[in-house]
Each structure stands twice: as structure tokens, then as C-alpha cells.
Ligand binder design. Sequence first.
Ligand SMILES: Cc1cc2nc3c(=O)[nH]c(=O)nc-3n(C[C@H](O)[C@H](O)[C@H](O)COP(=O)(O)OP(=O)(O)OC[C@H]3O[C@@H](n4cnc5c(N)ncnc54)[C@H](O)[C@@H]3O)c2cc1C
Length: 291
Amino acid sequence: MYPSRFEYVAPESVADAISVLAQHGDDAKVLAGGQSLIPLMKLRFAAPSVLVDVNGIEQLKGLEQSNGHLRIGALVRHKDCERSQLLQGRYGVLGSAAPQISDPIVRNLGTVCGSIAHADPQGDWGSALLAANARVVAEGPSGIREIPISEFFFGPFTTALQGAEIVTEVRVPDPGPRAGGAYLKLERKVGDFATAAAAVQVELDDAGTISRAGIALTAVGPTNVRAERAEQRLAGAEPSAEAFSEAARLAAEDAHPIADHRGDVEYKRNVVRVFVERGLAAAAAAAREGS
Ligand SMILES: Cc1cc2nc3c(=O)[nH]c(=O)nc-3n(C[C@H](O)[C@H](O)[C@H](O)COP(=O)(O)OP(=O)(O)OC[C@H]3O[C@@H](n4cnc5c(N)ncnc54)[C@H](O)[C@@H]3O)c2cc1C
């Protein structure tokens, strides 16, 4: 099906984009990679009358480390993350998630920020960024604000973004050299959304004790789910098989999958348990190696 008729604008600055969005309210939509929005428009599940294409805004480019954090600009594509050396080592949870998103065609165009703005509970970036304790930078008519990613997702396809706000970048705090991460995803075939997936980051102190663990789950709740009890179980603990097993059990308990064509509830919960346990072991090993 063809999308409904729409007006297309391509502003060259964030200020101009916000001004068009503010002028048209709910009728206007940001267009980034188009990998979620265009299919929805073709199915006529979305029918914005104005598309605000942000791809020409220079300020939204850039994947770099500076001022104690990794900056992922709104035009950074999944494929940029897949290929970046920066996303290895201490940012390994992000580097591990990137190549598991869909297929090369989607990864060439889709953006990290578009993915979280879309807020699909099956989206992979939401979990990876929760595990990494990221912050979302949004700019709108009232100025710029930073939102912890743990407060960003309100429900399926619903976020903390307010009218005419644009996600300009995501900031991932530098976890230091003794950090590692992993993203484990079960998909029925290459290119599919997750049946269930787990994002894990482990940070060690100088004595080798876990100073912080970040654990988040994909496709097992109305949003990407932060497994807080599992994280708390690990803070200050030795990185042992017993601690990982206990944390994995807590994460599985806090998952709320629904039965569908990808599997039943107990199956998905068990995948979460196994993936969190495996992910913690892999992340701790990477953290010991350092970067
Ligand atoms: C076949 C297929 C398979 C896929 N498989 C996966 C998968 O396995 N895992 C996964 O995580 N994703 C998957 N996706 C989704 C893909 O990752 C999209 O790229 C992503 O969800 C949206 O990013 P985008 O840049 O394409 O955003 P767009 O489609 O351009 O926009 C999506 C929504 O976010 C809004 N938006 C975009 N950017 C911003 C911004 N900077 N500020 C405010 N609002 C914004 C738009 O207005 C729109 O509402 C798949 C998509 C397809 C088509």
C-alpha cells in the first residue's frame, strides 16, 4: 500500500526542525532512518501529514568519546556502531548488540536514536543502553534536557519525549577500563526481532569485585526491562558462578513475557535465565581483560 499524502521538509538545523514540529503538533513526525516509520506509513498505521527529515542536520552526526562519555548522535546508524572500534571493550554491550539488529539493509539506514524514540519493546538498543546506564538528550521548544534511559520508556511505543522534542544524542558514561559487556539474542532466523534477549554490562573495581552490573531484557515486557533486583544482587559481589546464577534467576523472575508465535511464557523466561547467566560470565571475563 502507498502511504497517505504528506508534506516533506528537510531542515538544516535542530532549531528549524523543532519549529516545524511545534507548528504542526501531532500531525508532524521526525524521519530518521525510516526503517520503522515508513513501514508503518505504508500499512497506514501512521499517517503524519508532515515528515521532518533530520538527515541533513550536521549537528546530529557523530559517534565519539569525549568529556567522560560516549556520544551517539541522532544520525548514527546501526552499521556505524557495528563497525566502530570504540564500541568494543568497555562499551562491548553496544558493540555486541549492533550486528544482531535485523539485516544489513536495515542496519545501513536505521539509527540508534530513532530506535529508542520508536520504543518498540522488541528493540535491541533500549536494552543495551539500559545496561550501559545511558542518558538521552532531548531538545525542544523549552530547551535541552537529559533523561536517564531508565526513565525514558513509558510503555510500548511511548516515551518521555514531549511535543516537538527531538532526541539529539545519547550519552553513555565511560565505565572505565575494567568493564565488559555482552548482548545475547535468540531469533528464529537472521533478521528477526528477538524471541528474548539479554544485555549485560559488568564493571569491576581494582580488587576485582563488581562495582556495578547493568542488566536489561528485550521482548519480555511492555518496554525493555531493567532487571534491577539482579543488578542489586551483584553490586559489591565477587564475580562468581554462584552469584551469576542467582542474578540470572532474579532476572528471569522479573521478566514478563507473553506467549506468542515465538514461544510460550516459560520458554522465554528460561531463555532469559540462561542468557543472563552466560552474558554475565562473558562480560566479567571481558572486564578482567580490560580495555
Ligand atoms: C525488517 C525489519 C527488521 C527489524 N528488526 C529489528 C531488530 O531485530 N531489532 C531492532 O532493534 N530493530 C529492528 N528493526 C527496527 C529498526 O532498528 C529501526 O531502524 C528503528 O526501530 C528505528 O530507527 P529509524 O532511524 O529507522 O527511525 P524512523 O523509522 O525514521 O523513526 C521511528 C520513530 O521514531 C521517531 N524518531 C526517529 N528519530 C527521532 C529523533 N531523533 N527524535 C525524535 N523522534 C525520532 C520517528 O518520528 C518515528 O516515530 C527492524 C526494522 C525492519 C524494517
